[in-house]
Design a protein around this ligand. Structure first.
Ligand code: PMP
Length: 405
């Protein structure tokens, strides 16, 4: 992991006179030099629009773009690279499913099951879909311990369930969700499952065939890649019935004045000029993960950072930690807490004065924040480039805050 840190030049800077400590990976990760170089080299040597040009640069750009798709397909264990659709990010991926598959397949009385710990990105598209179709939205409860009430699944998943849309890891509590078990139960009643992998793919190896999910969405910028690019995996058996999301160039093979014939997925869902350089950059992030990150070591390292943070914060007066702490100590990558009597933004501002970047707020999961009874909390989130020394500095700063005020 020491080797990994060297690849992230942005971390070698100061905030005032304090070294920067970046604990905001759950909002966006940093990018290694290899990804920055891939972006720069694309614009320096290979920039052109893809698919339509019959010239050297266009062919090169097309090949780089399609090679990135293949790298990502291999990385997530997809059976075919056509199952990998480039999007702007997890949010757009989930909206695509709601607007295409959802609008085609949902009718009044059908049920969509989500959990109480979803990011707004995996809640609002379903709220809108049920408002339009008359379908019903149901929720898997979060237990007081911060896990999903898996024992409620058998009563919540019914023959009326058409879709289960669930996060793989909570961006607020850090909880890891057993989506494989949920997929089995969903499929047993003929329902489909969508996995929001925005917070899991930066930290663990995902195999879509092993999870047996129908849709899986994530963002490049949280997994060491560029902003403006993400992936929606769609199982091939669902492709035929999917209408386009946006319509325009790049998705048709025949257009008349009054009608058009669509190309297959993934092109059908990628209207207009895509984020070409960013897709290539995401391919480079996947190369980086394959070559430089050992996921077992990463998990151990992040769990050690999380354990040190939990054990440092838990004894502090006025500090209240959220989430399944024992699970997080084994395999987590974040801590979430409040300081009683202090607004989360003030805590974050104080930490910023100590060079420490954390996030404070409802973390785009307001219903969960309301359930926890705290409108705002502080989240410190980690990756392989963070160190135990950084966690110690954070705990020292927090100790100063709660003891000296
Ligand atoms: N789902 C989860 C669990 C997230 O943490 C996020 C980002 N905070 C998203 C979805 C949305 O990702 P993006 O904003 O990159 O589309």
């Amino acid at each position: 992991m020491k080797n990994m840190r060297k690849d992230f030049p942005i971390l070698n800077q100061k905030v005032g006179d304090k070294p920067l400590i970046y604990f905001d990976t759950a909002a966006t990760s940093q990018r290694p030099q290899q990804v920055i170089d891939a972006l720069s080299s694309f614009y320096t040597d290979s920039n052109a629009n893809i698919h339509r040009g019959i010239h050297m640069l266009s062919e090169r750009a097309t090949e780089l773009y399609e090679t990135a798709r293949e790298k990502i397909a291999n990385f997530i264990g997809a059976a075919d690279s056509c199952e990998v659709v480039f999007t702007r990010g997890a949010t757009e991926g989930i909206n695509i499913v709601a607007e295409t598959w959802g609008m085609e397949n949902l009718k009044a009385g059908d049920e969509i099951l989500v959990s109480e710990m979803e990011h707004h990105a995996n809640l609002l598209p379903w709220q809108r879909l049920v408002q339009r179709t008359g379908a019903i939205l149901k929720f898997i409860p979060v237990t007081p311990g911060g896990t999903l009430a898996m024992d409620k699944l058998d009563e919540l998943i019914t023959p009326r369930t058409k879709l289960v849309a669930v996060t793989h890891a909570s961006n607020v509590l850090g909880t890891h969700v057993d989506v494989k078990t949920i997929a089995k139960k969903a499929h047993a009643v003929g329902a489909r499952i969508l996995v929001d992998a925005a917070q899991s793919i930066p930290h663990e190896k995902i195999d879509v065939q092993d999870l047996d999910c129908d849709f899986l969405a994530f963002s490049g910028h949280k997994m060491l890649g560029p902003t403006g690019i993400g992936i929606l995996y769609i199982k091939k058996e669902l492709h035929k019935a999917l209408p386009p999301y946006q319509v325009g160039g790049g998705i048709v093979y025949e257009v008349d004045f009054n009608d058009a014939q669509w190309l297959e997925v993934p092109q059908r869902l990628e209207a207009g000029t895509p984020a070409i350089a960013q897709a290539v950059g995401l391919g480079a992030a996947v190369d980086y993960m394959n070559e430089r990150v050992n996921f077992d070591e990463l998990k151990k390292h992040e769990a050690a950072l999380t354990t040190r943070a939990i054990e440092g914060l838990a004894p502090l007066p006025k500090v209240r930690l959220f989430g399944p702490l024992e699970d997080l100590k084994k395999s987590g990558h974040l801590v979430n807490f409040v300081v009683e009597g202090m607004h989360a933004h003030d805590v974050a501002e104080y930490l910023n004065c100590n060079g420490i970047a954390v996030r404070a707020g409802h973390h785009c999961a307001q219903p969960l924040a309301k359930k926890l009874g705290v409108p705002a909390s502080v989240r410190a989130s980690f990756h392989g480039y963070n160190t135990l020394d950084e966690v110690d500095s954070f705990v020292t700063a927090m100790t100063g805050l709660v003891t000296e005020g």
